[in-house]
Design a protein around this ligand. Structure first.
Ligand code: NCD
Length: 324
């Protein structure tokens, strides 16, 4: 396969239909497929000794993180650098200004400095959308509160598609703390758009009431589901978001909803295990499950770079001609 097309901006000055990347529900099947196909080309490029392409030379990408993150921030940074963009890391945690004002002030400052894209993680749902009203830069949501985390869903879709060769007709069990999970919200929407089936599994207290209106099956019992699914997607237990008692104890959670060696044996032979990270080994899954050959967790991390390159490329690449 030739990679020439990703060395240059997309043809015709178009931006791949991606103006901002805020959530998964606004991405249709065609847009998701375009992002995943483009990510595939970048993924192949990652296997080459020289991984960098000049596509976004002269562009500036700002990582604006109001919440802790390792893999998402680093992944966006590597993605932007491999596209030859300049990267600015702005960690806003600890600001004493009230949240709304602080975001607006920061946005206006970045705007004045002429950044082309802002990758934002914020504890408030809707903060990335709000940002689009203040700046001309393209906004990429890197996780907003309990709302959305679209690049995580896209890298998960990419990982599943690479592993099985398709998404259509697959069945994914999303297990655990769905209530607090922006990853689950984004992934479930993406899977539905790509015609994959979803079963949510978890304690009643950690499944959103609104799940009744999602196009998914819901159960509290993990064992009967295991033999029927292609992917078991384990969610991190988000203790930092739990302000009440949602589960009897961490030990009990592991016993009822954690993946261990016994449950691994109940999976279909072809089935895969996924987790968005950071993992709590011993809670959502035991160490031997995390390291099992059918665990795709490190592939997810590696694929994240290619998928974020694809998003940045489709959002920023097409504008070069317009700017002259
Ligand atoms: C997720 C997040 O921050 O939403 N992690 C990530 O981006 N890799 C999932 C989580 O923290 O549970």
């Amino acid at each position: 396969m030739t990679h020439d097309h990703i060395l240059d901006p997309p043809a015709g000055g178009r931006t791949g239909g991606l103006s901002h990347l805020l959530d998964m529900q606004t991405l249709d099947r065609g847009s998701i497929t375009e992002i995943l196909d483009t990510a595939r080309a970048f993924h192949e490029l990652a296997a080459r000794p020289i991984k960098k392409v000049p596509t976004l030379r002269g562009r500036t990408v700002c990582n604006l993180f109001f919440e802790d993150s390792t893999r998402t921030r680093v992944s966006f940074e590597i993605a932007a650098k491999r596209l030859s963009a300049d990267v600015l890391n702005f960690s806003a945690k600890g600001s004493s200004v009230s949240k709304g004002e602080s975001l607006k002030d920061t946005a206006l400052t970045l705007q004045a400095m002429g950044v082309d894209a802002i990758v934002v993680r914020h504890h408030a749902s809707g903060a990335p959308l709000q940002l689009t009203r203040w700046v001309d830069a393209k906004v990429l949501n890197a996780g907003d509160g309990g709302h959305q985390h679209p690049t995580q869903a896209l890298l998960d879709l990419f990982t599943i598609r690479e592993h099985f060769g398709r998404l259509d007709g697959l069945h994914v069990a999303v297990v655990g703390d769905v209530l607090h999970s922006r990853v689950a919200r984004s992934l479930v929407q993406g899977l539905a758009t790509m015609s994959a089936g979803v079963t949510l599994v978890g304690p009643p207290t950690l499944l959103p009431l609104a799940a009744d209106r999602w196009d998914v099956d819901v159960t509290h019992d993990l064992d009967p589901v295991l033999g029927k699914v292609d992917v078991v997607y384990l969610l991190r237990v988000q203790r930092e978001r739990m302000h009440e008692q949602f589960i009897p104890s961490i030990r009990e959670y592991g016993r009822l909803w954690g993946m261990d060696r016994r449950r691994l044996g109940q999976l279909a032979e072809h089935a895969a295990i996924m987790h968005p990270g950071p993992m709590n080994r011993g809670i959502e899954l035991t160490a031997d499950v995390a390291d099992a050959p059918n665990a795709l967790i490190t592939q997810q991390v590696a694929n994240g770079v290619a998928v974020r390159m694809s998003c940045l490329y489709l959002m920023l690449g097409g504008e070069t001609a317009d700017r002259g």
